[in-house]
Ligand binder design. Structure first.
Ligand code: ADP
Ligand code: MG
Ligand code: ZN
Length: 476
């Protein structure tokens, strides 16, 4: 068998995080009852005119700036004409000749720079709902007219690892810049993969196949593997690859052809006569730049300076709300390593167990900082800290009240241990007898009992030598 190279280019759609839709005043919000967020404009009823959402344009410019694109001084909107039931106007307002952004890209760890061809603004279509229990297909137009950015890369990617690294970075960059919430499960971030194979070390690109609308990294990886093997098999058996659009079946993990690839000419793009060309001045760009929140890369640099490891940074920054919570806790405690530990274990666990809950409402950053400082100053054992943490989450009670209520803080002194051991031995004189034959078991037993009866306040390092001393004195 010959050896082959993979060539991959991506088209990425991200829903822009705005209050209202791209060309009307309907809410841009996921999850409402079907067809409750629609109006004559986004439904495309005759006689209506689109009103461009300035915020959507600004966020598209922000996307361009954070990916190092050039921003066109003039941009126009065009109609992309096609019929499909989820597109009530029978055309989508999109951009073709003069997108808002061109060029730019993302650098990978291996040094490769993956180039963007363009980033443009367009509107989303509605959603078809195929009912299992009947033959009907329903249409929800709430999503119709929601602003999207489409980002198109050059065919610079060569394997699925590069693609995943690229998309991971892309998602985080968009998330931190506030352009998109990038919620893949809600379709807020979707990927089309264009893939072709060519004989190793040749320059001519092969025929590409486009796989549409993947919305998880796992699906992206599997689809690339499947499609690569399929294309190589076809070529090896002497067949031609047809330029087509294929869909990904998540259950069977295969791609299947849905239609032959349409040609750009088929869309009959033309400037939308209802929307005037938009001028973007240097001054506009400067004032937009000032409003970009701390970027993903700046956040990484700040965490590196703080002393976090690459692994900690990678885990903490994957979701912005986690990193933001971490920053809040940092305001109340300087023990950043211990805070990072709690974030990576307890906080991440809680967010998995209770997705969609605001962690700050479960445990305030100030309370977590307070617990962490008590551990560091050795006033609270780690075990008791965990108990306290769980109780705050479960009962919603205030941290200081809970500490009192559960009696979790305070010193255990030598006299306490002597008294407690006295009780134990009175209760069960066998302890002393068995100690000779089985010292380790007995010591562990006593430690267990004392830790329990002091509410976990007794620290093992402290009580172990005392217990040994007391037991020894009894057998002599
Ligand atoms: P369309 O909108 O019709 O899909 P574009 O010209 O916008 O066409 O290109 C779509 C994507 O296909 C781009 O991401 C580009 O990098 C990619 N691409 C182009 N040629 C190839 C090829 N031979 N193999 C893989 N990807 C390709
Ligand atoms: Mg395409
Ligand atoms: Zn509307």
């Amino acid at each position: 068998m010959k050896e082959y190279d993979l060539v991959i280019g991506l088209e990425i759609h991200a829903e822009i995080d705005t209050k209202t839709k791209a060309f009307c005043f309907c809410k841009n919000e996921f999850g409402a009852l079907p067809n409750t967020q629609v109006c004559p404009i986004c439904l495309g009823l005759p006689g209506t005119l689109p009103i461009l959402n300035k915020k959507a344009v600004e966020k598209c410019i922000i996307a361009g700036l954070v990916f190092g694109c050039d921003i066109n001084e003039e941009t126009i909107f065009e109609r992309k004409n096609y019929f499909y039931p989820d597109l009530s106007k029978s055309y989508q307002i999109s951009q073709f000749q003069k997108p808002i952004c061109k060029n730019g890209g993302i650098k990978l760890k291996n040094g490769k720079f993956v180039r963007f061809n363009r980033i443009h603004l367009e509107e989303d279509a509605g959603k078809l709902i195929h009912k299992d229990d009947c033959d009907e297909t329903l249409i929800d137009f709430n999503r119709g007219g929601v602003p999207l950015i489409e980002m198109v890369t050059e065919p610079d990617l060569s394997n699925s690892n590069e693609v995943i690294e690229f998309l991971t970075n892309l998602r985080r960059i968009l998330l931190y810049s506030g352009v998109s919430k990038c919620i893949m499960q809600e379709g807020g971030l979707r990927f089309d993969i264009n893939l072709s194979v060519k004989e190793k070390n040749t320059d001519n690109l092969g025929v590409r196949v486009e796989m549409k609308n993947l919305n998880s990294f796992k699906a992206v990886k599997k689809a690339i593997e499947y499609e690569t093997n399929r294309q190589i098999k076809e070529i090896e058996s002497g067949n031609q690859i047809i330029q087509e659009t294929r869909a990904w079946n998540d259950e069977d993990e295969i791609t299947y052809g849905i239609r032959e690839k349409e040609n750009v000419n088929d869309y009959r793009y033309f400037p939308d006569p209802d929307i005037v060309p938009i001028k973007i001045s240097k001054h506009d760009i400067e004032s937009i730049k000032k409003n970009i929140p701390e970027t993903y890369f700046d956040r990484i640099i700040r965490y590196k300076r703080l002393g976090l490891s690459d692994y900690e940074i990678d885990t903490l920054t994957d979701e912005k709300f986690i990193a933001d919570y971490f920053d809040e806790v940092l305001k109340y405690s300087s023990n950043y390593k211990e805070i990072a530990n709690w974030m990576m274990t307890e906080i991440l666990r809680i967010t998995k167990e209770m997705p969609n809950t605001d962690i700050a409402k479960l445990i305030s950053p100030e309370s977590l900082a307070y617990i962490i400082d008590l551990i560091i100053t050795k006033q609270l054992t780690r075990n008791n800290a965990k108990i306290l943490f769980e109780q705050i989450i479960n009962t919603g009670k205030e941290v200081k009240n809970l500490i009192k209520e559960l009696d979790l803080i305070g010193d255990v002194n030598k006299k306490d241990i002597v008294d407690l051991m006295g009780h134990l031995i009175n209760e069960n004189p066998n302890i002393v007898k068995s100690y000779k034959d089985n010292p380790e078991d007995i010591i562990n037993y006593c430690i267990g009992r004392i830790v329990k009866s002091t509410n976990g306040k007794a620290k093992i390092e402290y009580i172990m030598p005392l217990i040994k001393e007391i037991l020894k004195s009894k057998i002599n």
